[in-house]
Design a protein around this ligand. Structure first.
Ligand code: DAK
Length: 258
């Protein structure tokens, strides 16, 4: 698929997917979402890629779903077309880690896309919001669900009921983002973080994703059992032997994803 609304660059085992629809502030229309899904699917299948980054421009990560494209749709259109259902699955279900590098606005579907990633690093100019209430609708791809798990009921209600934006400082304080960095250093820091992830054993990386994500789906007791069993299973890997031997021998581990 030729991409017109995203730019994909792969270097040093990191696939950077840049949303690139500047005139519409990276609004997520059908084409952009299809391209994004295709890019993530290809990165998943590409053995050279060990970590992905989804980012936008300095002004905007994404200003949400494309309101102009949605405005005339009927209930039957969105329900039968499963708007933002299957098309977002590649991001949501990715096995490889995805970091959202957010600068500027991450609103509506943009905030939800960032939350679908494994974690968010944001610039100090970032603004997060679920302003769908101002359009006579509600969030539809996680703004009432994932956001509540990130920031708690009170702030999730506040943001969804009023449509107000949360700045970077509040987003970090509330647990929505993992770190805030100066806007000019966003990609440098994010690529550095991605490089650290890329050098780990990919078996352990997938196990971490599975285990952390399981914590959202189950009870604490079940989650702890799941984690323990996954931990036990790591002892079947060469990378566990290598990682622990390297520690004992005071050298850097050479993981082989086996
Ligand atoms: N869609 C389409 N175009 C957009 C847009 C959007 N979301 N956001 C901005 N644009 C366009 C503007 O129309 C404008 O186009 P021109 O007039 O130049 O042609 C251009 O981008 C620049 O925008 P502004 O002139 O407004 O720029 P400002 O810097 O003044 O303001 C802003 C920036 C981000 C504060 C403002 O543009 C804004 O408030 N944008 C809308 C934000 C918003 O309401 N986002 C939520 C969208 S609704 C579903 C699942 C999910 C969803 C829906 C359904 N299902 C499962 C069924 C998700 C819904 C949403 O995300």
């Amino acid at each position: 698929m030729a991409y017109e609304m995203i730019i994909v660059e792969i270097a040093d085992h990191i696939c950077v997917i840049k949303l690139n629809r500047p005139k519409a502030l990276n609004a997520l229309n059908g084409q952009l979402v299809a391209e994004l899904g295709d890019a993530v699917t290809h990165a998943e299948a590409n053995d050279k890629v060990r970590c992905m980054v989804i980012t936008g421009s300095e002004k905007v990560f994404a200003a949400g779903a494309d309101i102009i494209e949605m405005a005339e749709k009927t209930f039957v259109d969105v329900a039968s077309g499963d708007l933002f259902g299957a098309s977002m699955m590649p991001v949501q279900d990715a096995k490889k880690p995805i970091i959202a590098a957010v600068s500027g606005y991450a609103l509506g579907g943009g905030c939800e896309l960032a939350m679908m990633c494994d974690f968010i690093i944001c610039a100090d100019n970032a603004k997060f919001g679920q302003p769908e209430i101002n359009l006579g609708v509600i969030a539809g791809i996680g703004g009432t669900q994932r956001l509540t798990r990130f920031v708690g009921k009170s702030k999730a209600m506040d943001m969804n009921l009023t449509g107000r934006f949360m700045d970077a400082e509040e987003a970090e304080r509330s647990g929505l983002v993992s770190r805030v960095v100066p806007v000019k250093r966003l990609m440098e820091v994010t690529l550095d973080v991605a490089a650290k992830i890329a050098e780990k054993s990919q078996i352990s990386i997938k196990a971490v994703k599975d285990s952390v994500n399981r914590s959202y789906e189950t009870t604490l007791a079940e989650g702890l059992l799941f984690e323990r069993r996954v931990f036990h299973s790591m002892f079947a890997t060469d990378d566990q032997k290598e990682g622990m031997a390297a520690f004992v021998e005071k050298r850097e581990p050479q993981f082989r994803d086996k």
